[in-house]
Design a protein around this ligand. Structure first.
Ligand SMILES: [Zn+2]
Length: 181
């Protein structure tokens, strides 16, 4: 266990991470750990897990991704949100850390934006925030004409299939780059 949060079941999003104490803005909460895998292995895993869920891959650098389903820690249970209170920071293409971007109150769910380039996985977002984009996409993603309507229809269909909400198939992109000090 770590000093900042616990893992609990959420409503409709599988497991999530909830603060156990006040977390000041700027805190490095946890390192996103997992087995280093090559891009070709990552690609194979994605295909294999596409229909089954439970896959956690984070882009680390040009050569490697991090597979948190092996040698991973609780960082993999932190959910996506369109209005997150954390961000994923890539240090020198070597380590990913989840850091607080605002003060977080005890009991609040920890979230960050997974930063998908395109919603090609059609993975719906259940973050529930006011400005929810409906899909797990990066903050400034622009929907193409008609795309949003199409995705909304799909989202509605998925909502009616409760099992899908618990599936986890996420490929995270790197978000913010910083240098180790
Ligand atoms: Zn959302």
């Amino acid at each position: 266990m770590n000093e900042w949060f616990i893992i609990k079941e959420t409503q409709g999003k599988g497991r999530g991470a909830f603060a156990t104490k006040k977390i000041p803005k700027g805190t490095s909460i946890i390192q996103y750990k997992g087995k280093l895998i090559s891009k070709s292995v990552a690609e194979k895993l994605e295909q294999k897990h596409k229909s089954k869920g439970e896959l956690w891959i984070f882009t680390l650098n040009e050569e490697y991704d991090i597979d948190a389903s092996r040698q991973g820690n609780e960082a993999r249970f932190i959910n996506h949100s369109c209005e997150p209170n954390c961000e994923a920071v890539n240090y020198d293409d070597e380590e990913i850390w989840i850091e607080a971007v605002k003060d977080i109150e005890p009991g609040e769910e920890l979230t960050y934006n997974y930063g998908f380039e395109e919603p090609d996985e059609y993975f719906p977002c259940f973050c529930g925030s006011k400005n929810c984009k409906g899909w797990i996409v990066k903050e400034d993603y622009e929907f193409k004409p008609g795309e949003k309507e199409e995705l909304e229809r799909l989202h509605q269909e998925l909502l009616e299939e409760p099992n899908l909400q618990n599936k986890t198939h996420f490929k995270h992109s790197k978000k913010v780059k910083k240098n180790k000090h």
